[in-house]
Design a protein around this ligand. Sequence first.
Ligand SMILES: NC(=O)c1ccc[n+]([C@@H]2O[C@H](COP(=O)([O-])OP(=O)(O)OC[C@H]3O[C@@H](n4cnc5c(N)ncnc54)[C@H](O)[C@@H]3O)[C@@H](O)[C@H]2O)c1
Length: 274
Amino acid sequence: MAKGNGLLEGKTGVIFGALNDSSIAWKIAEAVHREGGRFILSNAPVAKRLGGLDELAEKTDAKIVWADATNDDDLASLFNEAKEAYGGVDFIVHSIGMGLNVRKNRPYENLKYEWYHKTLDISAISLHRTVHAAEETGALNDGASIVALSYIGAQRVFSKYSEMGDAKALLESIVRSYGYRLGKRGIRINAVSQSPTKTTAGSGISGFNAMFEFAERLAPLGNADSESCADYTVSLLSDLTRMVTMQTLFHDGGFSNMGISDLLVENLSEVLED
Ligand SMILES: NC(=O)c1ccc[n+]([C@@H]2O[C@H](COP(=O)([O-])OP(=O)(O)OC[C@H]3O[C@@H](n4cnc5c(N)ncnc54)[C@H](O)[C@@H]3O)[C@@H](O)[C@H]2O)c1
């Protein structure tokens, strides 16, 4: 691992969503640790039997507090523990997502609404719940920085992304709405709109490989991987970006500003034989 620069020295926080070593939050936790930040790792209690969070906690000197991010009582006890451990938190990383209809291949025109509600709650409203719990318990320090992970499906239609596009649109809206309110305390909140990344949540989307390859061939820098996403997140948690808030920041190798690339033209020309 690269040597750190002490960018997060003295800062404490909570990182949600590390499930296994392919998780974006896993790489973020390693990078935050490298930069001197201390944190609690949190994930849903059901993830206990799925992942290897103990290994990450040991590697990063972190404590694990299990909390379902759709459960306000769980979140309140988590932030009470954070307050007790550190006095308060200077950063929160929300790296949580799950599309129930997407996972079960229910098409957008025929969503099961019970699952749709759950998708929105887990993937977007949980950000609101998290920030609310952090404020309500008195754990959120003035000047803190909050980062949530998003995807360009919030702005544009990626057909297989389905209900998750709606969830990310809501997530980014919460970033703006809460950002305005948090500004009074010098607290910042931003969404990082990340390239397709090979993780458990990513591969739960049918057609993920096609989305990954398409973006890889369109983005001038290629797809951003989770390690570079972690480095970018570190910069957003640090004081270097203290005046940045309420933004959707594209971390996608340039994908979001492209139309078509020579490579895709060549690939399509081969298929079309023109
Ligand atoms: N993988 C991609 O292609 C990609 C691209 C852009 C954005 N993102 C976003 O990045 C974030 C992290 O996803 P990832 O790709 O690292 O996959 P991941 O599966 O490793 O992480 C998703 C996490 O959400 C957690 N989670 C699910 N339900 C929860 C609940 N009720 N309470 C608390 N935690 C819960 C899971 O346990 C898991 O740790 C998500 O917001 C995802 O939408 C992913």
